[in-house]
Design a binder for this molecule. Structure first.
Ligand code: ZN
Length: 326
């Protein structure tokens, strides 16, 4: 079976789809039983079962976080950039990148390990994103983590992924447009205005520190969706440095533990949202949400989410689990 990769675009919604045939051939969407540590390609000693290490963080002579190319990439750096229009259909053959960041040597969920693991893993991811940024064909560098098979993770070993896209997705373009429009009218960053509003109305706030705040989103797409937003305007996720990374890691670790305390062992998705790498920065933020819902017809048809959890109430639950007062 030949391998083919294509990016296509829905002519009506403008949304992109990445088609990568080998991923389907190699493993189905619902792969079999959970991988045990003895068979786990991400465990120490099994490095030869993955692509070669690109970068790693080492402590006491062993790696604690390790980055390498995905064995079943959605996109590859080697592919050439091109676009073709076939009547209403737009096809992009593009270079991309798809890396895995194994976030700990331990074969156990990241939130059960010391917070240093989260910090080292995040630092390695940011280093990789900064390196990939040198390839100017990659418009958007997306960091994300799926925890638990229900969230799409194919491996129980804690890991995050970085995907470099040669196009700007519709959702990203919408975020950029709204940030620019707000900045134009209000002469300040939209994310900064959001932080200010959440600090004023403390009902959704989970933790408020000088450089970073975490709160339940005002209009959450998912129940219990939490945003982590820096208090300084206009930075880039790819430009994060050590002290900020440590603060973000500690906050993600703490909120994840609270999420698991409230919901039990639910699948979680954590994503960093930022604008295109080679456009003026709009500021970044991270979103973390448990995957409690299967998207239904209204969501599918319109993009409109419907659920029953007011974020003001979700924040009370999470603050309780964090032992936090705001
Ligand atoms: Zn493992």
């Amino acid at each position: 079976v030949g391998v083919s990769r294509e990016i296509r675009r829905d002519p009506l919604t403008g949304e992109h789809v990445i088609l990568a045939s080998e991923r389907i051939v190699e493993r189905g969407p619902h792969s079999g039983p959970v991988v045990q540590a003895a068979d786990c390609p991400f465990c120490p000693g099994h490095e030869a079962h993955t692509r070669p290490t690109i970068a790693a963080v080492e402590r006491d002579g062993r790696w604690v976080a390790r980055a390498f190319a995905n064995k079943w990439p959605m996109l590859m750096v080697e592919d050439a950039l091109g676009a073709a229009q076939h009547g209403p259909h737009e096809q992009i053959s593009g270079p991309g990148a798809h890396e895995v960041v194994v976030e700990a040597p331990e074969h156990t969920p990241l939130h059960t390990l010391p917070v240093d693991r989260t910090a080292d893993a995040l630092a390695l991811a940011v280093t990789r994103i900064r390196d990939l940024r040198n390839d100017r064909r990659l418009a958007v560098l997306q960091w994300f983590r799926n925890q638990g098979t229900g969230a799409g993770a194919s491996q129980p070993h804690p890991h995050a992924q970085i995907v470099g896209l040669p196009f700007v997705p519709e959702r990203t373009r919408g975020i950029v447009d709204r940030c620019r429009a707000w900045a134009h009218t209000h002469d300040r960053a939209l994310l900064g205005a959001i932080v200010e509003a959440e600090r004023r109305d403390t009902r959704r706030m989970l933790t408020d520190e000088p450089d970073l705040v975490a709160f339940c989103a005002y209009a959450p797409r998912h129940p219990f969706e939490v945003w982590f937003v820096p208090t300084r305007d206009g930075g880039r996720f790819s430009a994060l440095q050590t002290p900020e990374i440590d603060v973000l890691a500690a906050m993600i670790h703490r909120v994840t533990r609270a999420m698991i305390a409230v919901h039990g062992d639910v699948p979680l998705t954590t994503v960093a949202l930022d604008g295109p790498e080679h456009e003026a920065p709009i500021g970044w933020h991270v979103r973390l949400a448990p995957r409690l819902l299967v998207r239904g017809g209204l969501e599918e048809a319109s993009g409109v989410s419907v659920h029953s959890v007011f974020p003001e109430r979700a924040a009370e639950w999470l603050r309780g689990a964090m032992g936090a007062r705001v």
